[in-house]
Every structure is written in C-alpha cells, then in structure tokens.
Design a protein around this ligand. Structure first.
Ligand code: SF4
Length: 70
C-alpha cells in the first residue's frame, strides 16, 4: 500500500517529482532547483510557502498531452 506524504504545496506543484526510497519512504524532488538555486532540490516537507509554486493545470501525464501549436 502506498504511504502518503504530506508535501504541502509540492503535492500539487508541477515542478515536483515524487520519489521513493528503497525503504519505501516517499519524498519530493523539486525540478525547479535544477535551474534556480533559490530552491532546494529536496525541500523539507511540507512546503507551506514557495515563490516557485506552479499549480498543475491538469491531471494528465505529459505523455498524453498533445503538443500545442504556436
Ligand atoms: S517549486 Fe516549490 S512548491 Fe514546487 S516543487 Fe519546488 S519547492 Fe515544491
């Protein structure tokens, strides 16, 4: 069974990537940290305030999303 982690804002942020350790604990990697040093790569959860927070605008995976023109 999957254990839920209270990730705060990261849980619904499009920059977050959910990671799981060998021991089954779940944590969040912030992809924004790759390009912006203000953000921690592995933020301490739950994140309650974040300047980089970007809500996911849909629940589809990137694979099913069709490329937009323009
Ligand atoms: S930008 Fe902020 S809210 Fe989004 S994943 Fe990174 S730390 Fe979490």
């Amino acid at each position: 069974m999957e254990r839920l982690v209270d990730a705060g804002l990261c849980a619904s942020c499009e920059h977050s990537r959910r990671m799981e350790s060998d021991r089954g604990s779940v944590f969040i990697r912030c992809e924004l940290a790759l390009t912006d040093p203000r953000f921690a790569k592995y933020p301490r959860l739950p994140v309650l305030e974040c300047d980089g927070y970007q809500p996911k605008d849909d629940v589809q995976t990137a694979d099913t999303r069709s490329a937009k023109e323009g």
